[in-house]
Design a protein around this ligand. Structure first.
Ligand code: TYD
Ligand code: MG
Length: 479
C-alpha cells in the first residue's frame, strides 16, 4: 500500500481545461479531451484537512432514504424581478435558492441590467444584496444616479474576499436576491491560486452556491466571456448553476438580447429584448418593429423572415450581397446565421434551381445583430439570395418562412399561425411559406389581411421573386 499513497502534506496539482473542464495530472499544450490548444490551467486542489480522514478511518456511510416518484412538495413561488423581459427568459421570475449565471461581452450592459433588476426588486419591497468586485461604490452610485435609481432600497457593497462576503450574508436572512458582479473577481483563501483562475472561480462559485441553497436566496452571478464567446472559467461553472443566460448584442447597435442557454426551471429558447438608452436598458415589447425599423424597401438582396424566438414571433430582415470574384475561392461570410447552413442552401440553389454563385462572394447578414438559428430561416435566406442574384427586390409587403430540404422541397415549420399573425400585425399582406399538407392536422387560420403563398419547391420561389426574369448574378468583365 505504501507505494500508492499520496503525500498528504503536499497540495495536489491538476490541470483543468478552461474549454471543456477535463482534468489532467500533467500540463500539455493541447487538451486531449476536446482538442483545444493552450487551454490547460493549473489547479491546486485544497490541502487535506490536518488530522483529516486517514485510510480506514472513513466515516461509516449512513443509509440513504429512497422514495417513489409520486408526491410533490409545492415549490416556493417565484419572485418576479418586475422586468418582464428578464422574467420571460427566467421562465417567470427568480426561483428561490436558485443560481443564475449571466454571461456576456464586457461593456454589453450586464451590470446595468442587474442593477436595474435589483433596484426594481428593491422597489417591490424585496431585500436585495448587490456586491461588486469590479466597480467602486462611487461608480455604482453614479450609474444608479444616471439610471434614476438612487432611491432604490438595496444593500450595496464593493468586495472581493469571499470569506468576508459569506460571513456578511447572514445579516440579511430575508434576502431574496444576491448579485455577485463578477464571479471572476471573487477569491477565497481556501485555495492557493490567483483570482480569476479556474481554481478560484470554481471554489468561489461553489461556496456562494452552497450559501444560496442554505439561506434560500436567488444568486445572480455575472460571468465574463472569453473572446471565443464561451464563459470564462471551465464549463464546469455552467454545470454548477441552474440557469445560464447570455446577454448579447452588437455594441454598434442599441439593442441587446438576453438569451436562455440552460434553464432547469423553464424553456431555454426564450429571449428578452432590451434597448440601451441614455437612461439604461429599456424593454422592447415589440421586437419586430425594432428589427425592421431601418429596412429600406426596393433593394435587391433583402427579405423579411417571419421568425420565431422561443414562444415569440420576431420579424427580421435577412440581407444578402453578392460581389463578383472571378479569381476563384469565393468568400462566404455570414453574420447572425449558420455558415454551414448557407453552404447547404447555396448547393441546393445551384443543383435544383441552376443558380450559380461559384464566381461570387456571398455576404449574408441578419440585420440588427440578431442571431437566428431556426431552420425556418432557410426560405428567407433563399429569397434574399435569389433576389440578389436576379437583381429583383422582393415584394416589400411579403414575409418568408420555411425549411428547405436537400432536394429543394419546402418543409413545414412550427407555429405558422403565430408567424402569420405577427406579419399581419406589422402590415405585411403576403406570406410565402411551405405548402400545406393535404390531410394535415387541423385547419390553418390565416389573418384576413394577409394571403399565404404556398411554396412546394424552391423553383416556385424563384418564380415568385423573379417573375420570369433571368436568374444570373452580374459578373464583372475580367480583362
Ligand atoms: P455595463 O453594464 O457596465 O456593461 P458590463 O457590466 O456588461 O461590462 O455597461 C456599460 C456600457 O453601457 C457602457 O459602454 C455605457 C453603456 N450605458 C449606456 O449606454 N446607458 C446607460 O444608461 C448606462 C448605465 C450604460
Ligand atoms: Mg460590469
Amino acid at each position: 500500500m505504501a507505494g500508492s499513497q499520496v503525500d498528504l502534506a503536499k497540495p495536489i496539482k491538476t490541470y483543468t481545461c478552461t474549454a471543456c473542464g477535463a482534468m489532467f495530472p500533467k500540463w500539455a499544450g493541447r487538451c486531449e479531451a476536446c482538442g483545444d490548444w493552450n487551454t490547460l490551467e493549473e489547479q491546486v486542489l485544497p490541502k487535506p484537512l490536518p488530522g483529516g480522514l486517514k485510510d480506514g478511518a472513513r466515516r461509516a456511510g449512513m443509509k440513504i432514504e429512497f422514495v417513489g416518484l409520486e408526491g410533490i412538495n409545492p415549490p416556493p413561488p417565484r419572485v418576479p424581478t418586475t422586468i418582464a423581459e428578464f422574467d420571460r427568459v427566467l421562465g417567470g421570475g427568480l426561483v428561490p435558492a436558485s443560481v443564475v449565471l449571466v454571461g456576456g461581452d464586457p461593456g454589453i450592459g450586464k451590470s446595468t441590467l442587474l442593477l436595474q433588476a435589483s433596484a426594481s426588486l428593491g422597489h417591490a419591497g424585496q431585500e436585495v444584496v448587490y456586491i461588486s468586485g469590479e466597480e467602486s461604490i462611487d461608480q455604482i452610485r453614479m450609474r444608479a444616479l444616471r439610471l434614476g435609481l438612487s432611491n432604490a432600497p438595496l444593500h450595496l457593497a464593493a468586495a472581493t474576499q469571499l470569506g468576508d462576503i459569506i460571513a456578511s450574508l447572514p445579516q440579511f436572512p430575508n434576502a431574496k436576491l444576491v448579485v455577485i458582479d463578477s464571479i471572476q473577481t471573487m477569491w477565497t483563501d481556501s485555495v492557493e491560486a490567483a483570482p480569476g483562475s479556474v481554481t478560484q472561480v470554481r471554489a468561489a462559485a461553489f461556496e456562494l452556491i452552497r450559501t444560496a441553497k442554505a439561506q434560500g436566496f436567488a444568486l445572480l452571478l455575472v460571468g465574463h466571456v472569453t473572446k471565443e464567446g464561451t464563459l470564462a472559467g471551465p464549463r464546469v461553472l455552467e454545470h454548477m448553476v441552474d440557469v445560464v443566460l447570455h446577454f448579447e448584442g452588437d455594441r454598434g447597435h442599441q439593442f441587446r438580447i438576453l438569451r436562455g442557454m440552460k434553464n432547469r426551471f423553464g424553456a431555454t429558447d426564450e429571449i428578452g429584448v432590451f434597448e440601451m438608452t441614455g437612461q439604461g436598458l429599456s424593454q422592447v415589447a415589440n421586437p419586430s418593429a425594432l428589427f425592421l425599423a431601418e429596412r429600406r424597401g426596393n433593394v435587391a438582396g433583402s427579405a423579411v423572415l417571419a421568425g420565431l424566438e422561443g414562444s415569440r414571433p420576431v420579424l427580421v430582415e435577412i440581407q444578402c450581397l453578392l460581389a463578383p470574384n472571378p479569381g476563384g475561392s469565393p468568400r462566404r461570410s455570414v453574420i447572425g446565421w449558420d455558415s454551414g447552413r448557407l453552404s447547404m442552401l447555396l448547393a441546393v440553389l445551384e443543383t435544383r434551381c441552376g443558380l450559380k454563385l461559384t464566381m461570387n462572394d456571398v455576404y449574408l447578414n441578419v440585420a440588427g445583430g440578431l442571431r437566428v438559428s431556426e431552420p425556418a430561416a432557410d426560405l428567407a435566406v433563399a429569397a434574399a439570395l435569389i433576389s440578389a442574384a436576379s437583381d429583383v427586390p422582393t415584394d416589400p409587403e411579403m414575409v418568408f418562412f420555411g425549411e428547405i430540404g436537400l432536394s429543394g422541397e419546402l418543409r413545414q415549420v412550427a407555429q405558422t399561425e403565430l408567424r402569420l399573425k405577427e406579419a399581419a400585425k406589422l402590415g405585411f399582406t403576403r406570406a410565402a411559406g411551405p405548402k400545406r399538407v393535404a390531410g394535415g392536422t387541423g385547419k390553418l387560420s390565416v389573418p384576413k389581411s394577409l394571403s399565404l403563398i404556398e411554396i412546394g419547391h424552391l423553383t416556385d420561389l424563384v418564380g415568385v421573386i423573379t417573375t420570369g426574369r433571368e436568374l444570373t448574378p452580374k459578373q464583372k468583365e475580367t480583362t
